[in-house]
Each structure stands twice: as structure tokens, then as C-alpha cells.
Design a protein around this ligand. Structure first.
Ligand code: ATP
Length: 727
């Protein structure tokens, strides 16, 4: 018959300094040996690897004491390791392998590790796997030294747990405990999350409002932006068109003006060419000078002639002063008249005065007497003077004629000059008009340029790039133009009403929204988890309750049977000790009075189930011929017998895969030891036994005996003998 626990390896564990193997090929293995040889250390090893956490339960002060401490003859080791090998062909462990290996290791630093199939595993995860196979470090499946009366000694609640373990319900208890822990933490988390949500909610409301405002603002800004684009593009293109339109006549005017300028220049040059005033003035001056010169000479000659004629006349007439008076007087007077007439043309006053003085001299001379003389030479001279005078008269007449010709010529030239000046003035007038036109165009162009600048400035005050203005296409039919301006005004007003928005608030709104959603989702998840856990707990309660209930009466009955067997009669039973359960324990926040009537029935049912679920197990016994008031009154052996009866009752109803019993036969008398031995043999069909014993009867029930000895080096050693063959 195969065994469940196949092998155990110890290394450095307590007195097992070196690696020691225990093979368990048979259903009942006895471990024997002298006191202090290390038998119980084997059981401690089993308990340890199955998850025992308390050093005390392993008979040590600290878990570090589990490592071989060294002896005078043998050095200490650095770690302790124990490995168990189980047959898993019947899938007692939920692991897909025919053999399952658990180990535990501890080193001097106190670092303790569990391994499943050589992979490290947390104890928390290991315990449910062990519970599934009804293995535990404590309880009735692992009765340690001096614990033969364990069942009697235990409290009702502890007994209940022992029974549950044997029934394989510990797995569900563990699950339930875990679920309850999770439930509690989920509920705490739920409260926390709800509190956080409540805390966030008002602020989030505020932030959402800000975000809505921000979005509204963005929308308005977008509309405004497109309206502005339309508005500015329109003006920009219109201005450009105006400039282009203006350029045509402007260029034309510039061209005409340049031409006119050329014409004016030509006229001016032409005018310069007809201007002969200087030449004429020079000419006229020369003529005048020549004339003056001629006049002077004529005057001189006339004077000389007059004097000569007078002299001639005086010489030719030898007369008395009386005679002289009438003839000469006539001649002198005639010559004087001639001279005076000539003086009419004279301009110089001095000259006139001199001439007059000369005349006065001659008159006085006349009145004094003079002798008669020869006159021929004088007449010749006079003829010569007259001839020269005639020549002068001719020359004067010629110069006069020249002068007249020059004046006529000057008059003609002046007339032509005036005509040209007039023509030039007319051209200049035209040029002025063209100048004005060009100026006007320039002015218009400047006006357009200024308007463009103004437009660009406005555009830039909107925070736009100057270059952007040239690139936006003209939107023709977006909206009526006046309407556009009105709309822009309105949108700007709306923006002003909304006011500036702190963008960090929007960012915060998004973050808070995400957090709110996250928390909400978490709350949902937690609610679901709580519901699932409640359902799981309900299911587990139901399972524990149902399995326990269905096994409990059978156990109690068997307890009675084994009791009677051990005590040779009497009566024994197990019964549930109902705790005083309050409705609040089942339904939190409920009170006895306030619970609604319709759930009353369900409540009672729950209460009953709840009380049964947490009910402890009490023992009632009647020993033949004795009156037992309480279990405390029993002797040590009797307590062990009652405990054994309970153990066998339990394993008869639900046999565990294996049991470890450390000297629980010690307090038994020979008869009971034999009974125990028989029972072990009988139950070994269903359960594997590992028994530490000094008892011969028990040893006889074993298929294999391991002898544990300790040499003088303080190290435990083993030797095994198979009894069926060794006998
Ligand atoms: P009994 O039959 O009297 O119950 P036993 O065979 O069960 O005895 P154990 O209690 O298993 O004996 O072994 C005790 C022995 O183990 C003691 O000698 C003790 O010194 C030794 N021991 C315990 N812990 C260590 C350790 N950490 N290092 C070395 N030896 C240890």
C-alpha cells in the first residue's frame, strides 16, 4: 500500500547536524530511541516545515535555535533545511505533479524561506495548499510530546477547529478568514474612497465650472478669430486693391510730368537764345559815343568858322566906327544868332557858359576899332572849315540813321522775346498742374500706406504675427460686413464677461476629473469586491456549516463508542456550545428592535447558523462507577484516554492522510497501550502514522522502526529496520 508522505530530509536541523533521510514506505512508522536522542526533533522538523511559526511550539526560545548549534565535538552549521516529499497521484494537493516537495530553510540571520517544488512560496500561499490535504502544524493531526490529552485540555473553540481540520474544513476556514480580512480592508478602503470622493466633489464642481468657462471661452475665441480673419483680410485686400488702382494714374502723371519738365527746359533754352539785349546795349552805346564825338567836333568847327568869318568881315570893311556900326553890327549879330541857335542843342552848362563868355568878348571888341587887313588866307581857311563841317554833318546823319535802325531792330527782338516768355509761362503752368496731380497721388498713396500701417498695428495688438495677415485668404461671404463688426464686438464683450481663466485650474480640473473617475471606478470595484466577498463568505459558511453539521453527530456517536471501548463502558458525547450571538454580530448597524419584521425569520435563521458556525465543542462523559463533575477531575491517563477516544472518533469519520503522534501512548497502561496499538493498526488502512514511542506494544504496530541515537558528538543518527523482514 502506498504512502502519502514518502520521505523526509533533515539537514542542520536541531541535533541532525548532517543530512539525514527518513523514508516512509510503510503506513506505520515508529521512531524509537533513548531519551534525548533526537526523536522529537524529527516531529519538530515536520511541524516546522508545515508552517509552525512559534518557537515555543518547536521547543525552542527562538527559531534560530532550530539550527544545529554545535557541540564540543562538532562545529555549528549555518542553516537548517527540512524537505518533505509527498505522493500526489491522488491529487490531494492542487498541484499538477505526481510528487510534491515542500521545504523550509532558515539561516543564522533569521531568514526563513518556504519552497514548493524548489520554488520559493509565501507561507500565506502555502497554508491553503496544506489545508487542502488536511495538513497542519498543530491540532490532532500532529500531536506533540506531552499533548496526549490535547483534546480534553483544549477549549471548546480549539476543539471545534481541530475537528474542522480533520474534516478538511480548515481550508475553507482559512479562505473565509482571508475573505473576511479582505472584506474588512475593502470596507475600510470603501470608506476612505467615499470620503475622498466627498472631499473632492465640491472642488470638482468648482473646477468643472471653470473648465466649462474655459471651453466656452475657447469656442468664442475661435469664432472671434475667424471673424477677425475675415475682417482684416477684407480690409487688407481692399487696401491693396486701392493701391494697385492708384498706381496706374499715378505712374501716368509721373510720366507726363517728366515730359512736361523736358518741354519747359527746351522752352527755357530757346528763350535764352533770343535774348540779345546785351549786344544791343553795347551797340547803342557805341553809336551814342560816336554821335557825341561828332557833335563836339561840329561845335568846335562852327565856333572856329564863326570866328574866322567875323574876322574876315572886320578886315574887309575899313570903316568908321559910325559906318562900322551898321554893316559890321549886322554881320556880328547874324553870326551871334547862329551860334546861340547852335547852343540850343548843347546840354553841358559849362560849355554854354564859355560860349556865352566868348560872345560877350566879341561884342566888346566890335565896339573898339581895328585896322583893315588881307582876308584871302582867312577866306581859304573858312572854306576848309566849311568843307569839314559839311563832312561832319553827313557823318552825323549816318550815325543817326544807324541809331534808328538799331532801335527798330530792338523793338522787333523784344516782341519775339515776350512771345516766347509767354509760351514758357504757359508750359510752366501746365507743369505746375501736373506736379499738383502727382503730389495728390503721392498724398493718396501715403494715406493708403498709413491706413495699412494702422491695420497692421491693430492686427498685431490682437497678438497676431504681421506675416500672418498677408497669408489669410479673403473670406467673401462669411457674413455681412457691418454684421461682422457687430459680431466681433459682441464676442469681445462675451470674452470680457467671462474674464481671464487660470489655465492651471483647467489642468487641475482634468487631473481632478481623472482622479474622481479613478476613485469612482475604485469605489465600484470595491463595492463589487465586497459583494463578491460577502457571497464567498456566505458560501464558505454554508460549506463549513453543512459539512460540520453532517459529520458532527457521527463523530459524537463514534466518540461514545471509542470511549466505551477504552473505559469498558460509560457514556460520552460531544455537543455544541452555542455562543450568545447578537443580531449586530451578524448584521452590522442593526438593532434587535429596529430590524424590519419581514426579515425577522431570515434573521433568526442566520442567527442560528451563525451561532452554530461559531459554536465550540463541549465534552460530556460518564465514566463507569465514577461521578465526574468536570474534566479537570480526571487523572492524566484518563484525560489521554478521552483525547484518544476523540481522536479515533474523528479519524473514523474522516480519516486524514497522515497523523503524527509523539509519545501519546506514554500515559497509557499496558491494556490501553495494546488497545491503542490495535487501533493504530486498524486505522493505518486509511491513514499513515508516524509515531514516536517508547512503548513496546506500539512498536509492534509499526511496519518500520527508525532507531535514533546520539553519539558523544551530540549529533543524532538513524538506523532503520523493517519489522516484517527483520522479525
Ligand atoms: P525523549 O525520548 O527523552 O523525549 P528525544 O529523543 O525526543 O528524547 P529530543 O527532544 O528529540 O529527544 O532531542 C533533544 C536533543 O536534541 C537534546 O540532546 C538537545 O541537546 C538536542 N538539540 C536540541 N536542539 C539542538 C540544537 N539546536 N543543536 C544541537 N542539538 C540540539
Amino acid at each position: 500500500m502506498s504512502t502519502f508522505l514518502k520521505k523526509m530530509e533533515l539537514q542542520g536541523f536541531k541535533s541532525f547536524a548532517q543530512k539525514t533521510d527518513f523514508e516512509f514506505p510503510k503506513r506505520v512508522v515508529g521512531i524509537v530511541g533513548p531519551n534525548g536522542s533526537g526523536k522529537s526533533n524529527v516531529i519538530d522538523a515536520l511541524r516546522w516545515v508545515l508552517g509552525e511559526r512559534e518557537a515555543k511550539q518547536l521547543r525552542g526560545d527562538t527559531l534560530g535555535n532550530l539550527i544545529f548549534a554545535g557541540t564540543p565535538k562538532r562545529a555549528a552549521v549555518g542553516f537548517a533545511k527540512v524537505t518533505l516529499y509527498f505522493d500526489n497521484r491522488e491529487k490531494l494537493f492542487p498541484i499538477d505533479a505526481p510528487e510534491v516537495m515542500f521545504s523550509r530553510k532558515i539561516d543564522r540571520s533569521g531568514n526563513s524561506q518556504f519552497f514548493l517544488q524548489d520554488a520559493e512560496i509565501r507561507l500565506k500561499d502555502l497554508l491553503p495548499i496544506l489545508a487542502r490535504a488536511r495538513l497542519g502544524a498543530r491540532g490532532l493531526t500532529m500531536i506533540g510530546q506531552g499533548q496526549s490529552d490535547l483534546f480534553v485540555r483544549s477549549t471548546p473553540d480549539e476543539r471545534r477547529l481541530m475537528i474542522e481540520e480533520i474534516l478538511g474544513l480548515r481550508e475553507f476556514r482559512l479562505k473565509k478568514n482571508q475573505a473576511e480580512r479582505q472584506l474588512a480592508s475593502s470596507e475600510v478602503n470603501m470608506e476612505k474612497v467615499s470620503a475622498m470622493l466627498e472631499e473632492i466633489a465640491p472642488h470638482l464642481k468648482f473646477l468643472r465650472k471653470q473648465k466649462t468657462r474655459f471651453e466656452k471661452r475657447a469656442e468664442i475665441e475661435k469664432d472671434l478669430h475667424s471673424f477677425e480673419n475675415a475682417y482684416f483680410a477684407h480690409h487688407f485686400h481692399a487696401l491693396n486693391e486701392d493701391v494697385a488702382k492708384l498706381n496706374v494714374p499715378f505712374n501716368e502723371a509721373e510720366r507726363a510730368r517728366a515730359e512736361k519738365e523736358k518741354e519747359v527746359l527746351e522752352y527755357e533754352n530757346d528763350l535764352k537764345s533770343v535774348n540779345r539785349a546785351e549786344v544791343d546795349i553795347e551797340h547803342s552805346k557805341k553809336l551814342r559815343e560816336a554821335l557825341t564825338h561828332l557833335f563836339a567836333r561840329r561845335g568846335e568847327l562852327e565856333k572856329i568858322l564863326a570866328r574866322a568869318e567875323a574876322k574876315l568881315e572886320f578886315s574887309s570893311s575899313a570903316s568908321t566906327p559910325a559906318e562900322k556900326t551898321s554893316v559890321e553890327m549886322k554881320s556880328i549879330l547874324e553870326s551871334l544868332e547862329k551860334e546861340i541857335r547852335m547852343m540850343e542843342d548843347w546840354h553841358e552848362l559849362d560849355k554854354i557858359k564859355n560860349a556865352l563868355r566868348d560872345i560877350a568878348g566879341r561884342i566888346s571888341k566890335f565896339f573898339s576899332s581895328a585896322p583893315k587887313a588881307d582876308t584871302s588866307e582867312l577866306e581859304n581857311e573858312i572854306a576848309k572849315f566849311k568843307k569839314e563841317l559839311f563832312g561832319l554833318e553827313e557823318e552825323i546823319a549816318k550815325v543817326r540813321k544807324d541809331e534808328e535802325a538799331l532801335v527798330a531792330e530792338q523793338q522787333n527782338a523784344n516782341k519775339e522775346f515776350r512771345a516766347k516768355v509767354e509760351a514758357l509761362e504757359a508750359k510752366k503752368n501746365e507743369l505746375r498742374k501736373l506736379d499738383q496731380a502727382v503730389q495728390q497721388y503721392k498724398f493718396d498713396r501715403e494715406r493708403l500706406r498709413m491706413r495699412m500701417e494702422e491695420l497692421e498695428r491693430e492686427w498685431m495688438t490682437l497678438g497676431r504675427e504681421k506675416s500672418e495677415l498677408t497669408t489669410i485668404a479673403e473670406v467673401r461671404d462669411i457674413v455681412e460686413f457691418g454684421d461682422l463688426e457687430r459680431k466681433m464686438m459682441r464676442l469681445r464683450g462675451e470674452l470680457a464677461a467671462i474674464g481671464e481663466i487660470d489655465e492651471t485650474l483647467v489642468k487641475e480640473a482634468n487631473e481632478t476629473e481623472t482622479r474622481y473617475e479613478f476613485l469612482n471606478k475604485e469605489l465600484e470595484d470595491l463595492k463589487k469586491a465586497v459583494a463578491d466577498l460577502n457571497a464567498l463568505i456566505k458560501e464558505l459558511d454554508h460549506k463549513i456549516h453543512a459539512d460540520f453539521k453532517s459529520a458532527f453527530s457521527a463523530i459524537s456517536e463514534e466518540f461514545n463508542n471509542y470511549f466505551q471501548l477504552m473505559f469498558g463502558g460509560g457514556k460520552a458525547k460531544m455537543k455544541l456550545k452555542m455562543p450568545d450571538v447578537k443580531i449586530q454580530d451578524i448584521i452590522p448597524n442593526a438593532s434587535e428592535e429596529s430590524a424590519p419584521a419581514e426579515v425577522e425569520e431570515e434573521k433568526e435563521e442566520k442567527k442560528e447558523k451563525y451561532s452554530e458556525l461559531s459554536a465550540g465543542v463541549e465534552i460530556e462523559i460518564n465514566i463507569p462507577r465514577k461521578k465526574i463533575g468536570s474534566l479537570e477531575m480526571l487523572s492524566g491517563g484518563e484525560k489521554s484516554l478521552v483525547s484518544l477516544a476523540a481522536l479515533f472518533a474523528l479519524i473514523s469519520v474522516s480519516p486524514p492522510p497522515f497523523l503524527v503522534l509523539d509519545e501519546i501512548d506514554a500515559p497509557l497502561d499496558e491494556e490501553n497501550a495494546r488497545r491503542f496499538s490495535d487501533l493504530v493498526k486498524e486505522f493505518s488502512k486509511k491513514t499513515q502514522f508516524i509515531i514516536v514511542t517508547h512503548n513496546r506494544a506500539t512498536m509492534e504496530s509499526a511496519d518500520i522502526l527508525y532507531g535514533v541515537t546520539m553519539g558523544d558528538d551530540g549529533v543524532s543518527k538513524t538506523l532503520s529496520l523493517k519489522l516484517d523482514t527483520a522479525a
